[in-house]
Design a protein around this ligand. Structure first.
Ligand code: PGA
Length: 253
């Protein structure tokens, strides 16, 4: 039985004060939610305050990225050790904005993933094709490459503990989510690839989230897809009412 994960990726939004008031309200609203993991990824500057505001609640705190070294002369970078110290339990790795704007390759994703797992935190690894790749009929090949290179060297037990987010790049922030058929095909393919590479048991345990224009209006249909184990939500997670509506919608299935 895979426990669903509903994760909020706030990107570069919210100050410390805004984070704390959101979490106080959200944690109170979700106090009775069981059977799902809820995660909020604020900017680095608000992780400590977020983890204090969410203490004792059902909501876990994530970082949006990390660097793989423990410490050193890496100006501007943040290590997993620092994130753990600040109270993060999850780390998003390889988001398409990091890949597209900040040079994350599958190899860098793999190193970050190794650092997150070594620290005992849960990675949320993002994969997904661009519109150009989809139009060229290369979606499944791109997903294969991202899984092979991104997850290279992981043990089946590590893969079982992973959260993967399938986020078609053309669906992120566009209002145009993947259809249930498109998401279903990609998710089943990813799980098949995991089974072929790491074994059936690891593949069956790994949570695979859908991300890309998830909203209260489409969460129910997305969650009804067999291999969809939750959602990574950007824009629609920025207000408590909308993210709570997504959590509620996901619970109904
Ligand atoms: P979106 O972003 O929900 O705003 O499309 C999703 C994401 O980037 O993780």
């Amino acid at each position: 039985m895979r426990i669903p994960v509903l994760a909020a990726n706030w990107k570069m939004f919210k100050t410390v004060g805004e984070t704390v008031s959101y979490l106080k309200e959200f944690c109170a609203l979700t106090a009775g939610v069981s059977g799902a993991e809820m995660v909020v990824a604020p900017p680095f500057t608000a992780i400590r305050a977020a983890s204090e505001a969410a203490r004792g609640s059902n909501v876990g705190i994530a970082a949006q990225d990390c660097y793989w070294e423990q410490e050193g002369a890496f100006t501007g970078e943040i290590s997993v050790r620092m994130l753990k110290d600040a109270g993060a339990c999850y780390v998003i790795v390889g988001h398409s904005e990091r890949r597209r704007l900040f040079g994350d390759t599958d190899e860098r994703v793999n190193r970050k993933l190794g650092a997150v797992l070594a620290a005992g935190l849960t990675p949320i690894v993002c994969i997904g094709e661009t519109l150009e790749e989809r139009d060229a009929g290369r979606t499944l090949a791109v997903l294969d490459r991202q899984v092979e290179a991104g997850l290279a060297g992981l043990t089946p037990a590590q893969v079982a503990s992973l959260v993967i987010a399938y986020e078609p790049v053309w669906a992120i922030g566009t209002g145009r989510n993947a259809t249930p058929a498109q998401a279903g095909e990609a998710h089943a393919h990813i799980r098949g690839k995991l089974a072929a590479t790491f074994g059936a048991e690891a593949a069956a345990a790994c949570r695979i989230l859908y991300g890309g224009s998830v909203k209260p209006e489409n969460i129910k249909d997305l969650m009804a897809i067999e291999d969809v184990d939750g959602a990574l939500v950007g824009g629609a997670s920025l207000t408590v009412s909308s993210f709570f509506a997504i959590v509620s919608g996901a619970q109904l299935v």
